[in-house]
Design a protein around this ligand. Structure first.
Ligand SMILES: NC(=O)c1ccc[n+]([C@@H]2O[C@H](COP(=O)([O-])OP(=O)(O)OC[C@H]3O[C@@H](n4cnc5c(N)ncnc54)[C@H](O)[C@@H]3O)[C@@H](O)[C@H]2O)c1
Length: 361
């Protein structure tokens, strides 16, 4: 899908991207996620908040003509192929639509959107325009999650009977005055964190969610406005049930960001953890068959992982290569589970998960 416009990427040139949203995580993309991807050149940066833009400009040593407070201005001034959106969730779809309407491909951070209906507007626009729309579900691109998916698909533990997931972090180091901005996040557990695990659940089992029950379990010491901990029961296609216990306010030992997974099957079980702060080396998969203790499975460290691996897929898709693993459309199933979980946390009832169709790939 190389653009015929000679101002854009051609031949062996790098794929030119405009980066929108240079806050905490956007800054980390600049330092750690974009530089290893040799196929990509970040040609301009955008942040709607002028002081944040100037801070980023100074940190990155960029000239004024590559720094903008709006994507539309940037797209008019700097030839580009695509946009990487690391603004907060509420701006993902509006910025994606702005980019698509400017003829630019889009890679957007998780969570894609707060509702399937909103996410679908961007999916449909991208499809009408024939542009790539990808969601950065970076936890997929780690060796442990990839290996777990492969082993389960290959029948290593036989038919799955149940999946258990535990995720625990705590906020001991955060200011006690309530000043930590994550305390005010909408659905800090379900939208900000569990979306990763919902997406991994679909990926590793190859099944879509059918229904979800979420019981908020916040303790008195939680300083979060909305749910910071919950226990969920998720039913997947074929009657497979997953239990999910997630917490930002746990006092028990912390897990890696993947959490700790157990997949039980007819022939044995498989455990997974990973996405640690130490990179892929923290990933671990173990396989226990026929009642024997689980043994570690060898994992291969890829040359790129996490966000960088997804960004490389984005660049290749723009240049006519295969579609990325996580398109806007294929991510709708994860958004649907997230949305239903938040609805259940509020209603106290089991909620159906909107059926999307398509792929969990
Ligand atoms: N995948 C992960 O592991 C991971 C980790 C952290 C954050 N995130 C995601 O990254 C995104 C950003 O998170 P953050 O913590 O950096 O947020 P942040 O609030 O620190 O930064 C967001 C930045 O976007 C800017 N912005 C907002 N609207 C804009 C617009 N319309 N145009 C241009 N700039 C705009 C803001 O001014 C701000 O500087 C969120 O979607 C979050 O869920 C993902």
């Amino acid at each position: 899908m190389v653009d015929a416009d000679s101002t854009r990427t051609t031949g062996t040139q790098k794929t030119k991207i405009i980066h929108v949203g240079l806050g905490g995580w956007g800054g980390d993309w600049e330092r750690n996620a974009i530089p290893p991807v040799t196929e990509v050149e970040r040609v301009a940066v955008v942040d709607a908040h002028e002081p944040t833009l100037r801070k980023a400009q100074a940190a990155l040593g960029l000239p004024d003509e590559l720094c903008f407070t709006s994507l539309t201005e940037a797209a008019a001034a700097v030839p580009a192929d695509g946009v990487v959106v690391t603004a907060p969730m509420d701006f993902h779809v509006p910025v994606a639509l702005e980019a698509l309407d400017a003829g630019l491909h889009v890679l957007v951070e998780k969570p894609f959107a707060g509702t399937v209906a909103e996410a679908r507007t961007a999916v449909e626009r991208a499809e009408e325009l024939g542009l790539v729309l990808q969601v950065s579900q970076n936890y997929r691109f780690y060796p442990g999650a990839q290996k777990a998916r492969q082993l389960i698909a290959d029948g290593a533990v036989g038919d799955l009977s149940v999946v258990h997931v535990d995720f625990r972090r705590w906020d001991h180091d955060e200011p006690a005055d309530g000043g930590y901005r994550h305390y005010q996040f909408p659905h800090p557990l379900i939208y900000d964190m569990a979306i990763h695990h919902f997406d991994l659940l679909r990926m590793t089992t190859g099944r879509e969610a059918v229904s979800v029950y979420a019981k908020v379990t916040d303790p008195p010491w939680s300083r979060y406005t909305e749910e910071a901990s919950a226990v969920l029961v998720i039913e997947l296609e074929g009657g497979l049930v997953a239990s999910y216990r997630g917490s930002w306010v746990s006092r028990a030992p912390q897990t890696h960001w993947d959490g700790e997974w157990t997949f039980e099957g007819a022939d044995g079980y498989l455990t997974l953890t990973g996405r640690g702060n130490g990179g892929p080396a923290d990933d671990e998969v173990r396989l226990g068959l026929g009642g024997a203790p689980a043994e570690p499975v060898e994992l291969t460290t890829p040359d790129l992982w996490g966000r960088s691996a997804g960004l490389r897929q984005f660049a290749r898709a723009i240049r006519g290569g295969p579609a990325p693993d996580v398109t806007g459309r294929s991510n709708l199933g994860s958004v649907a589970l997230m949305e239903a979980a938040a609805t259940s946390a509020a209603s106290g009832r089991v909620e159906p998960v909107e059926r999307i169709g398509g792929t969990t790939a």
